[in-house]
Design a protein around this ligand. Structure first.
Ligand code: ADP
Ligand code: TZD
Ligand code: MG
Length: 580
């Protein structure tokens, strides 16, 4: 705690005996091993960021708060410690909310800290600079929201924010820090005693033995068992036990997109290539850290077998998740690490292998589908189609499995998810539960900063546009990120036309043959256009080997994509015929 470090341009010099709200925020974060802040500076937090850097924290300054927020959100997912995003008041705060809300929806621990204006003026609506009742607005979008009005309460505020973000089902937390509090002085020695080091921020939640045995009995009775691994399982970092458990059951498993790599996608039990058959025919389904939301067709309907004929075992830390979409016959509530290790223990040494009729049928289906796909992944067509381009990237991830893949778009997302095998846990980060565009550069930056690993961001040209300006951030911090923009001239395809023949182009198409690679060159990064899978492969290999921020403009056939990728069925159908 060195309030006297004062590196700032014109901030008042604190004396050795005094500290203030902004220093207490820094001290409280550091005390809890939070050493990185993702931010956009401005009134009233600029000095806080300067002091934080002077105190040895890593401050990553973005161009837009949404991306600072997404970086913090993914930091939370990767490390189990809340990622911290710091913004200015009203507009900066609002820009951060998409990320806060996305973190909450995806169960990532994150804290959005925003400076705010004078309480007295805001509450009387007297028109302060950047006036807004931020606490009230944040509340419905996060797990918890707190405001600290006195410097002496910073320690409690930060401790409560950490606990709320990490414990139980993780999520986003909002912490409101009025400007006046940031400048409030306090005796340094007294202030030090107000800080709290949070002990055990995410306490284990042990499931009941009864629930575990009920689940195992149901699993044992299955003729066609299926395991579904979700990103909660990836978050839990119980990798070895999860693998041991899945292998001990011998059952086919499906990884949800961010659970890919928990076991390598090439694992003999991985049945992603036989997904439809698995979901339709399984008689007992065990969900581990995956919700029965839209991504799993809510556990019912034509994707699944006859309603009631399939039984569910569900492992989750949130008791209220049970029965949310269909009846759960065996709820197991607890943290995944504790649940899975207790299950392994209770299975004993003689757990029967999953029935061979089922596992061999699934294996046959899987191999048939993989064989069908293989030749398409090897095409070297110009212009590239999705299969050719992703086939090249698939080989690269196989060669360099510690690369973190970030992925967004529609076709670019759906094809990459099924084509690119992932080999290690938490190496695939994507649009998650919402399917939100704009995570790309924020996730890429956050992943690079937190892990130091190379990052490959595979993004649609539309998806890229949501966070594209952050390539300057990648260059400024010299982050080892290779961005591949799948440029098909638009959203889904580049071929739509204005039905009236008018001058405006169709709403889904962009400037033809845009050179996204030149944007990267503008900031001193490497920018290249690739027109064939071979060229793309060479450029990506070079980028990952050099670690230099790189953007590859991958020219994709503008006719190759389909409407909304694989979820076109979610579009409402109009009763009125479209004009040709
Ligand atoms: P996916 O999109 O991969 O299917 P979801 O985001 O729908 O995954 O589900 C993740 C689930 O994991 C959430 O219901 C959340 O409560 C749960 N979860 C997160 N962390 C843990 C944990 N440590 N232990 C148990 N459950 C967890
Ligand atoms: N805005 C936000 C924040 N999230 C969204 N998901 C969308 C808009 C709608 N949307 C999608 O669902 S995918 C997508 C949009 C705009 C872009 C698809 O185009 P792309 O990918 O270029 O990124 P492909 O490869 O051309 O399909
Ligand atoms: Mg596109």
């Amino acid at each position: 705690m060195s309030a006297q470090a004062a590196p700032t341009n014109d901030a008042p010099q604190a004396t050795a005996d005094l500290t203030d709200g902004m220093h207490l925020v820094i001290d409280a974060l550091k005390l809890n091993d939070i050493n990185t802040i993702y931010a956009v500076p401005g009134i009233p937090i600029t000095d806080l960021l300067r002091f934080a850097q002077a105190e040895g924290m890593r401050v990553i300054s973005f161009r837009h708060e949404q991306h600072a927020g997404q970086a913090a959100a993914i930091a939370g997912f990767l490390t189990q410690k809340p990622g911290v995003c710091l913004t200015v008041s009203a507009p900066g705060f609002l820009n951060g909310l998409t990320a806060l809300s996305n973190a909450t929806t995806n169960c990532f621990p994150m804290i959005l800290i925003s400076g705010s204006s004078e309480r007295e003026i805001v509450d009387l609506q007297q028109g302060d600079y950047e006036e807004m009742d931020q606490l009230a607005i944040a509340k419905p979008l996060c797990k918890a929201a707190f405001r600290v009005l006195h410097a002496e309460d910073v320690g409690v505020g930060v401790a409560r924010a950490i606990r709320a973000a990490c414990s139980g089902r993780p999520g986003g937390v909002y912490l409101d820090l009025p400007a006046k509090m940031l400048g409030q002085a306090m005796d340094a020695a007294k202030a030090a005693k107000t800080l709290i080091k949070v002990i055990d921020p995410a306490p284990r939640q042990i499931p009941s033995l009864e629930a575990v045995r009920r689940g195992l009995d149901l699993l044992k009775s299955a003729k066609k068992p299926l395991i579904i691994l979700g990103k909660g399982a990836a978050y839990a970092q119980a990798d070895a036990d999860i693998r041991a458990f899945v292998e001990k059951t011998g059952a086919p498993y499906l990884p949800m997109s961010m659970a890919k790599g928990l076991l390598p996608d090439t694992h003999p039990q991985c049945s992603a290539a036989a997904r439809s058959t698995c979901l339709k025919e399984a008689d007992v389904v065990l969900l581990i850290g995956a919700r029965l939301n839209w991504l799993l067709s809510h556990g019912k309907g034509k994707t699944w077998g006859e309603r009631g004929a399939q039984q569910f075992i569900h492992i989750d830390i949130a008791p209220t998740e049970m029965d949310s979409n269909v009846a759960i016959q065996a709820p197991i509530v607890g943290d995944i690490g504790s649940c899975v290790s207790m299950m392994l223990h209770e299975m004993g040494a003689n757990w029967p292998a999953a029935p061979a009729a089922w596992t061999t049928a699934i294996k046959a289906k899987r191999e048939e589908n993989i064989a069908k796909m293989a030749p398409r992944l090897q095409n070297n067509n110009v212009p590239m189609d999705f299969h050719g381009a992703l086939g090249a990237l698939r080989t690269i991830i196989k060669e360099k499995p510690d690369t973190i893949l970030v992925n967004e778009g529609a076709n670019t997302l759906d094809f990459a998810r099924s084509i690119i095998d992932i080999y290690e846990p938490r190496k695939r980060l994507d649009v998650g539960t919402w399917g939100v565009m704009g995570i790309g550069m924020g996730f890429a930056a956050g992943a690079a900063v937190e892990t130091g690993k190379p990052v490959l961001a595979v993004v649609g040209d539309s998806a890229f546009g949501f966070s594209g300006m952050e390539i300057e951030t990648l260059c400024r911090y010299n982050l080892p990120v290779c961005v591949v923009v799948f440029n098909n001239n638009g959203i889904y395809r580049g071929t739509d036309v204005n039905p009236t023949g008018g001058a405006d182009v169709a709403p889904t198409v962009f400037v033809k043959n845009a050179r996204y690679d030149l944007m990267m060159q503008a900031f001193g990064g490497v920018g290249i256009t690739a027109t064939s899978p071979d060229e793309l492969g060479r450029a990506v290999r070079e980028a990952l080997a050099s670690g230099k921020p790189t953007l590859i403009n991958a020219v994709i056939d503008e006719k190759a994509g389909t409407e909304s990728g694989r979820i076109g069925n979610l579009n409402p159908q109009s009763v009125v015929k479209k004009k040709a």
